[in-house]
Design a protein around this ligand. Structure first.
Ligand SMILES: [Zn+2]
Length: 408
């Protein structure tokens, strides 16, 4: 099916409502700051009383008609402008309010620090001789355990891309070369928690736990693999995708758990998203890898008894396109290596969330994932077919906020 163009695709009133509510909430917060610090008072509708906005919370007006792409874009721009004014206020008033939520921190103030988790093994780091003039490895695990792509060498130091997309250097690290599979634990760090289960389980942590178990399975089968994220820190999608490309991996698997709960049934509602707009070979490989993952994961999950699964009617191996006709998810559209994104199930569903918190789930899901990856690498088997009808969906953009972690 051809992708729909923006003009013949309706945005829903929900798309507008979400944005209008955010605009109103940000406006209210701006007014709170204005009244508290006595700035820009003429723009506070209704004025201030005792250091607070007289009108309290501002409510969005109801939207009438059919929302267009322009209606969405105007709102997104406004949200970004409000955000930037909020951050200006936060930084201006001597760091006494909410400076921890400004993206880069305030000038002259340290930002919040996320932490890398040290890897559970020790290694002999590669230190370059002063006169090194060969090719460095395409990737490294730095002394603090952060995986990075290597851009080159400068004065005996590795030039690398940080998780937040900056250029930095490190003196040593564990070389990553000959990596066949890159695993991507979705979300991470304080700005990007992902879904949160009713039991408090955060998707960023669950994805990391499962990714580590998948890496363990792959390593026990002699399949060289690496992870885009090795601990509790944020990493930009562009950096994750470039890492897999730099390593020249044969597959990139992004690991996620879904929300919100749509409906319940007696079958697992796993979804695997595959590439649509990419090179022909990558598209073919992505569909084959996705088919194998879907088949093995749903079969393994179906073995758990007494779970009330959440599932959408078109769940399966899916191409998901934005209304502009592009692969909707960044981890599918950005990499040039064959990539898939797996939503194992619905973390928002209490029955599934309780399962996902168990060691048994991690063990079973990791094994099924590794089985599919092994079949993809070592056979020409293909699993479940791709659903013919692409899903059209515009996901919220990934947070661009990111705190650097120490690399050594
Ligand atoms: Zn996710």
């Amino acid at each position: 099916m051809r992708a729909q163009s923006p003009s013949d695709t309706a945005f829903t009133l929900e798309d507008i409502k979400v944005r209008d509510n955010l605009v109103a909430a940000q406006e209210t917060l701006l007014n709170v700051y204005r009244c508290r610090f006595g700035i820009d008072l003429p723009v506070v509708r209704g004025g201030c009383t005792s250091g607070a906005p007289r009108q309290g919370f501002s409510r969005p007006a109801a939207f009438e008609g059919t929302p267009t792409l322009e209606d969405i874009e105007v709102r997104d721009e406004l949200i970004a402008v409000q955000e930037s004014v909020l951050n200006t206020y936060r930084c201006r008033f001597d760091f006494e309010i909410d400076t921890h939520i400004t993206p880069e921190g305030c000038p002259g103030q340290p930002g919040p620090t996320d932490t890398a988790i040290f890897l559970p093994f020790t290694f002999d780091p590669l230190v370059l001789p002063e006169d090194f003039d060969g090719d460095p490895p395409p990737g490294l695990i730095t002394p603090t355990g952060v995986s990075v792509a290597v851009l080159g060498v400068n004065e005996g130091r590795f030039v690398v891309t940080t998780p937040c997309g900056k250029i930095s250097t490190v003196s040593s690290g564990l070389p990553l070369s000959g990596v066949r599979v890159v695993v991507d634990p979705g979300h991470g760090g304080s700005y990007d928690v992902g879904a949160v289960g009713p039991n408090g389980l955060a998707e960023r942590d669950l994805n990391l736990t499962l990714s580590r178990a998948v890496l363990g399975e792959l390593s026990s089968r002699g399949i060289p693999a690496a992870s885009t994220r090795t601990g509790h820190y944020g990493s930009l999608l562009s950096v994750r995708a470039a890492f897999a490309d730099a390593l020249g991996a044969e597959a990139l698997i992004s690991i996620h758990h879904n929300a919100p709960t749509m409906r319940t049934g007696d079958e697992p509602g796993a979804e695997v998203f595959v590439q649509s707009v990419s090179t022909r070979q990558a598209r073919f490989d992505s569909a084959r890898l996705g088919g194998l993952l879907y088949q093995d994961i749903t079969a393994a999950l179906a073995g758990f008894d007494n779970i009330s699964w959440s599932r959408l009617s078109d769940a399966g191996v899916l191409r998901v396109l934005s209304t502009r006709g592009r692969d909707a998810y960044g981890m599918i559209s950005r990499p040039t290596v064959p990539a898939v994104l797996v939503e194992y199930g619905y973390l928002s569903n209490p029955s599934e969330a309780a399962l996902f918190a168990t060691d048994e789930y991690i063990r079973v899901a990791a094994k099924a994932t590794a089985n599919a990856i092994e079949a993809y690498l070592n056979t020409d088997r293909s699993g479940t077919e791709v659903v013919p009808q692409p899903r059209v969906f515009n996901p919220a953009s990934a947070p661009s906020l990111c705190n650097e972690v120490p690399l050594e």
